[in-house]
Write a protein that binds this ligand. Sequence first.
Ligand SMILES: Cc1cc2nc3c(=O)[nH]c(=O)nc-3n(C[C@H](O)[C@H](O)[C@H](O)COP(=O)(O)OP(=O)(O)OC[C@H]3O[C@@H](n4cnc5c(N)ncnc54)[C@H](O)[C@@H]3O)c2cc1C
Length: 591
Amino acid sequence: MQYQAPLGDIKFVLFDVLGGNRLHELEKYSEATPDLISAILEEAGKLTAEVLQPCNKAGDQQGCRYEPETHSVTTPDGFKEAYRQFTEAGWASLDAPVEFGGQGLPHTLKLIVDEMVCSANLSFGMYPGLTHGAISAVYAHGSQELQQTYLPKLVSGEWTGTMCLTEPQCGTDLGMIRTRATPRADGSYELEGTKIWITGGEHDLVDNIVHLVLAKLPGAPDSTKGISLFIVPKVLPDSGERNPVYCGGLEHKMGIKGSATAVLNFEKARGWLVGEPNDGMRAMFTMMNEARLMVGMQGLGVAEMAYQESLAFALERLQGRSLSGPKNADGPADPIIVHPDVRRMLMRQKVLNEGMRALALYIGTRLDLSVAHPDEEVREAADDMVQLLTPVVKAFLTDEGFNNANLGLQVLGGSGFTTDWPLEQLVRDGRIPRIYEGTNGIQAMDLVGRKLALKGGRLIGRLFEEFRAYLDGNPGAPHHAGLAEAVQALEEATTWIATQGMQDPEEAGAAATPYLRLTALTVIAWLWSRMAAEAQRQLDAGEGNTPLLQAKRVGASYYFDKILPEISSLLTDIRSGKASMMALEDSQWLV
Ligand SMILES: Cc1cc2nc3c(=O)[nH]c(=O)nc-3n(C[C@H](O)[C@H](O)[C@H](O)COP(=O)(O)OP(=O)(O)OC[C@H]3O[C@@H](n4cnc5c(N)ncnc54)[C@H](O)[C@@H]3O)c2cc1C
């Protein structure tokens, strides 16, 4: 089926619940009126359905092809043309800086477009996605000269970017990087080493690829404190010479086969330092934090497409009769959507997807406030939320995005397992976002080990203030009691981690993943209550789109009845501590 961008839901959440209709009041975003945002979203919906989705299956079936003699990579049929249309229409530069040719629109808009792109064609989305991260890193940390040389062409999409961290011996533990950078007399560097699994490391969409590479300078400390960031173009911009960084092969993957995942060999390739020596991790984090939000949108995008496919199937497929009497009496059977168990799967997909979208757009709007609001306190408060909840968006949206795609496949029964239907591809494609950009386990460690303690606990304290202000200020809010219970569970879990984790870091490590889930479920409960309240207000006032508003009220009830109760098992899990998890001796694992 053709992808249908969920514009009704997006506009309701963004404009009516999260205040996105006022983004244009910020000087930086004065053009971003609701009318302009709506027009852009409608165009994005068309582009993703009409240009990106049609080459998604070819991407999976053909994959990318590597030519060893020329070290070149050919993308699947349709990708090159789709990329041309995507960049020419300015989709790669939506929120990029105006001074380098970007449109300077709100980041929220870019996040929404990310979701749409990834619903239609996740593999395709990787190419502009990584480029966007490269732009941010160079913009935030590069010298003026580097910015002038690289940003205009990265922003226009004429060149693409990569992020080169991983090496055969190190993925999560980047302190073990072996790629070396040796200074040259002219102020540039020579890079030697091998990077693996580099997204967009080589391809035929553009003539030049700009690699952002982590490497070590001579004598640098043997830890993450000794890592520097370099910019290493495939083709040297001044001379047009080929820089000796070559693709040594492509990964054979379970999914996202249209995305080229390359081995890159740096054979004394010329590079330039970005930021300060030994400060590469900080610069790379600019790229990674942004990429983490984008990867969260990949999870949601896949889940939304799976939902649309499984809903269409459930409305058509005739099997069995409704337990409350035939609903399609003239036909041989009823459509499977009449069965409670099928509804369970569809409702869970719908309600979680809408909740995850609300969470993502909440963070998107905070990101915009954090850079554009005139009041420093507002900027700081918004930035605290972005920092705290970025790992939550990345991990929860990709975990539940994958789980929802899997549920969608189940709705199709055996058809879902065949390649005649797109569900199996969605499940395979939707698996990787849980792993890259820092595995979801590492996101949980970031939340518990770093973000909770940051600024003396100010970030999480602010989240609780938001919850309390809402609960105290809206005693009649929908599902008030359920939300209050969730907030209390999160407070208890936070106190538990603060006390136990302080004495024994392994306790914090053991609690990290359930704590991240508990945080996500609680924030989404707050957002569902707000969505239901706004829906009720509009229904009472006779405004808005009635089916959407009624479905929002039902969706909130489903969330509080069927999904949120997981918090009590998460709290029990957290409080039970590490004991049974850490007790086995080596000899006891395989007995
Ligand atoms: C398709 C694809 C595209 C990719 N694109 C890029 C790219 O563009 N650029 C790039 O640099 N890399 C890229 N990667 C690499 C990716 O980021 C890494 O695979 C990921 O960071 C995990 O590293 P690893 O695979 O080495 O796993 P490991 O680090 O070996 O981890 C294995 C397991 O141990 C866990 N673990 C490790 N350390 C800890 C710890 N301290 N505490 C708790 N748990 C821990 C992990 O969570 C994981 O479950 C890509 C990978 C794939 C598959």
